[in-house]
Design a protein around this ligand. Sequence first.
Ligand SMILES: O=P(O)(O)OC[C@H]1O[C@H](O)[C@@H](O)[C@@H](O)[C@@H]1O
Length: 550
Amino acid sequence: MAQNLATSQPSWKKLQQLYESKGKSLNLRQAFQADPARFTKYSRQFGDAGLDISLLLDFSKNLIDDDIFAELLSLAKQADVEGQRDAMYAGKRINTSEDRSVLHVALRDLRGEFNINEEGINEVVPELKHMQQFSEAVRSGAWKGYTGKPINAIVNIGIGGSDLGPVMVTEALKAYAKRDLRPYFVSNIDGTHMAETLRECDPETTLFIVASKTFTTQETMTNATTARDWFLQSAKDEAHVAKHFVALSTNTEAVTTFGIAKENMFRFWNWVGGRYSLWSAIGLSICLIIGYDNFEQLLEGAHAMDKHYKTAPLDQNVPVLLALLGVWYNDFFGAQTQALLPYDQYLHKFADYFQQGDMESNGKFIAKNGEPVGVETGPVIFGQSGTNGQHAFYQLIHQGTKIIPCDFIAPAQSHNPLGEHHAILLSNFVAQPEALAFGKTEDEVRAELGAAASSNDFLVKSKVFPGSRPSNSIMVKKITPATLGALIAMYEHKIATQGFIWHINSFDQMGVELGKVLAKKVLPILLGKEKNDGHDASTTGIMDFYLSNK
Ligand SMILES: O=P(O)(O)OC[C@H]1O[C@H](O)[C@@H](O)[C@@H](O)[C@@H]1O
């Protein structure tokens, strides 16, 4: 099995040589001067006329040339990205540690085009119908609270994948939101999160959605119990819970034990990973806020990207190209991070969402064969909506000592075309990658400063931008539900492709377990039910401090 490790691919060694011989010193000014066709060569478009999706990926400002690009594509071939991708679409149990198939693509395959055969697949469309009926009843006011009033606040109680997707998408598609239905998302076990939310809610008009794949997550169960207690303080009668609490889960037994009726449960299946679950029943809050038809458009947009990823040749395949460029920096340049920089205020949660999407998927040190992976795996994802990031951390991206590959993302059309705002926003979206790629030389700085340059050499040096700092520019026509669906699916497939190359299992998340187990062990000490012993000196010291200060 060792031959499956990324380092055993012949192209891995060739890429190392290419990095040494020219990658690390590649100069983007010279590359663009030498090749007038560079943009044409290193950009791709993805579109779907029916869904009105147009997407441009310009990857010409990357530290690649034709040899490097060809070798990256060979790496994808040698790592059998296509075979692993096909196994995913075929419902093979590619999540080998948990012996599960990985079928979020099935959630978006409403017409059964992928012919996937797995338990539960036939229930996808009926479950969507259930979501449609329920969301329409709530939105129209036909669904009434226990005193006969319509619902005006939705509180989604969930964490991780049962929170981040709905939060990100409802924010991203706020332009489509029903404004008299206020969305809240309570995730943190910190009582403040629930308390502050409840302060703004009325028990007579609030709908709680308890979202948890497993329905055992401590934060979610504790928050849901607190919400139910709060509700019952007013409603008194447990029979009213049915009008105000619904559950999204794979665990019917735990849902009914919690007291939520079966008909108020929206199901999904264990082949839906938490961080890929916004497309399932976990998306109910999205349906409620933007309406079912828009939710379906989101699914259709993702499906269009799923078809592209499944069928486009590697050198035309947008998620594959993004993945290969990421591997190039992550594994050969030693880049530790990847910045996601959407120039769209509605996408202000995009980077937060893909922190889980990427870091939980690819933060792995063991390869699928049980050996140490031997290469650098997933990057640290961070980001911020433009232009805010520019005034916060871009200094380091432009002039720091680290290489930070950036994805700049922007829509051509704004939902809020106020005066010149959008043109100004886009001028920054265009200028930042340009500045990163081409920089400013010492000669240029001297020419600009004139006489002042000769008296202050440090000033001159401080104003130099080294350039040749890599970025992708991704432009879409507009952030519609379908386009957003395609964008999210694009990154999902990018992440999966990298996992395929690194030969890791991108679909489990064992790394979240140990902390949870230890928290359960120390809780009785913090509650004063057990003595503070049995732990290391540091852990004991922290708990002592807490116990004497609480
Ligand atoms: O939906 P659940 O089961 O409550 O899980 C919530 C989250 O828990 C853990 O942190 C991980 O398993 C995540 O992948 C998951 O999204």
